[in-house]
Write a protein that binds this ligand. Sequence first.
Ligand SMILES: [Mg+2]
Length: 127
Amino acid sequence: MSGITKILSVDDSATMRKIVRGRVEALNFEFLEAGDGREAISIMYREYKNIGLILLDWNMPGMDGMQFLQAAKKEALFKPIPIIMVTSEGHRESIVLAIQAGATNYIIKPFTSDEIIKKIMTTVRKI
Ligand SMILES: [Mg+2]
């Protein structure tokens, strides 16, 4: 057991990952990051036992957030890991689809530091 819960940010924007990293580390979680869905899945096979939460961007080239969400919820090893969809205003109406597909929570960009901290703390699973 590592004893430290890890949070995985899946986002094609390095700037956004950096913002998320700041909040995650301020909360004393360990930060993992992936620039796309495929990279995230390979990290998850290695780390799924330690991952307490995934923050998932919707718009990404290649495997997008919804495709990743569906793949993650199909894999029994990953299914228990809560996922927060990180969406732009344009996807507000699609949030219900993400919840139906198994997302636990969502946050709309741009978000404040307080908002993301609150979402992380209410959604992260205890390991
Ligand atoms: Mg993106």
